[in-house]
Design a protein around this ligand. Structure first.
Ligand SMILES: NC(=O)c1ccc[n+]([C@@H]2O[C@H](COP(=O)([O-])OP(=O)(O)OC[C@H]3O[C@@H](n4cnc5c(N)ncnc54)[C@H](O)[C@@H]3O)[C@@H](O)[C@H]2O)c1
Length: 339
């Protein structure tokens, strides 16, 4: 595999064209955190949307009325039949089983449960006549300890984790569909945060800290909190995904802010947003964590005209408000099973 294979595909044009705008879209994992925000945008665009989700980790938000839902595994015959019947012009694949820690505990199981299902779903979509496949990759994981920050799509990926390696495998499979004439895009998301994220799991410092704050508990920081991430608001991520869907671009695409923020700063911002007078609880660092991560959003700006619109203080305030309102109604943990 050469670096060029992961480099930006030289797709002419890039921006939206009338012919590239699909009207029938299947969103796999559309009941999840990022998926639910995307599906709302697509429903507002009056597109026909089929959500395929096994509901193992739904975010709890109701899908818009016009959206069709199939409760099934992405790689199942039921999903393949639904795709053959629905005949989507584009597939957005967002399904995954947890993040870095879960994949690390059992990489073999992770590959069986995630990669095999994803590839079966890509194949079913291609056989159903789908013209474009967009997947959720990870800008935080595929570059590993990038030699230059912010990491641009031109860097050779070097994942350090089983999670990142699996994402890169999905990206590699996309090349086989590209050769069959499909347009393919690997959306390399930064650290996505915002309303509806699971604050009861083991990933997502913003959601977990928000949950603890509304419970009157101290947010936990592992290590000294100097590790940095590219925190990007979920509404901006949904907008970038929609823009990529409506464009003619191909290849990897970073979806982030280009700004490095330390975990300590983010937790301090959340504490400020909550108005609580509380200090973080510093715990020993987790082994193997990437020290710094930040992705260059230049390609998304140039080819899609997309730029993250939500500042970190705004995003943290919106997130805190969501978790506070959820806590007033019910415990977030009661909404979804732990995966
Ligand atoms: N949240 C982040 O910060 C982040 C960062 C980078 C990449 N990503 C990727 O973006 C995608 C969406 O992430 P999210 O945070 O919304 O996750 P999520 O867990 O909230 O949503 C995933 C959805 O997929 C569904 N699902 C899981 N396995 C499935 C299967 N085999 N078949 C059908 N449905 C299945 C779940 O029920 C859930 O509704 C994932 O691929 C994730 O790896 C997320």
């Amino acid at each position: 595999m050469t670096p060029g294979e992961f480099a930006i595909a030289a797709t002419p044009g890039g921006g939206e064209t009338a012919s590239s705008r699909p009207t029938r879209v299947a969103v796999v994992g559309g009941a999840g955190f990022i998926g639910s925000h995307l599906v709302e945008l697509l429903a507002a665009d009056q597109l026909s949307v089929l959500v395929i989700d096994d509901l193992t980790h739904p975010c709890g938000a109701a899908l818009p009325n016009a959206v069709e839902l199939l409760e099934a595994d992405a790689g199942s015959p039921e999903a393949a039949d639904a795709l053959a019947r629905f005949r989507p012009q584009a597939l957005v694949h967002l399904a995954a089983k947890g993040g870095v820690n879960r994949a690390l505990r059992d990489p073999g199981d992770h590959i069986r449960r995630v990669l095999a299902n994803s590839v079966a779903c890509f194949e079913a979509a291609a056989r159903a006549g789908c013209e474009a496949i967009l997947i959720a990759s990870s800008g935080g994981a595929v570059y590993g300890d990038a030699e230059r920050l912010p990491a641009s799509e031109e860097l050779t990926p070097a994942p350090r984790s089983a999670y990142g390696a699996e994402k890169l495998c999905e990206e590699t499979y996309l090349w086989t569909y590209r050769q069959r004439g499909l347009r393919t895009v690997a959306l390399r998301f930064g650290n996505v945060y915002g309303p509806r994220q699971d604050g009861t799991g083991e990933a997502g410092v913003v959601a977990i800290s928000s949950t603890r704050l509304v419970q009157g508990l101290r947010p936990v920081i592992y290590g000294d909190g100097s590790q940095t991430r590219d925190f990007v608001y979920v509404g901006d991520v949904a907008a970038a995904t929609r823009a990529a869907l409506f464009s003619s671009i191909g290849g990897p695409l970073n979806v982030g802010t280009g700004r490095e923020t330390s975990v300590r700063e983010v937790v301090a911002g959340l504490i400020r947003a909550s108005g609580a007078e509380i200090a973080p609880d510093f715990q020993p660092a987790k082994p193997g964590e990437v020290a710094r991560a930040c992705i260059d959003p230049g390609r998304a700006a140039r080819s899609l005209g997309w730029k993250a619109q939500t500042s970190l203080p705004e995003g943290l305030a919106l997130t805190h408000r969501f978790f506070a309102s959820q806590s007033a109604r019910t415990s977030p943990g009661a909404l979804r099973p732990v995966i």
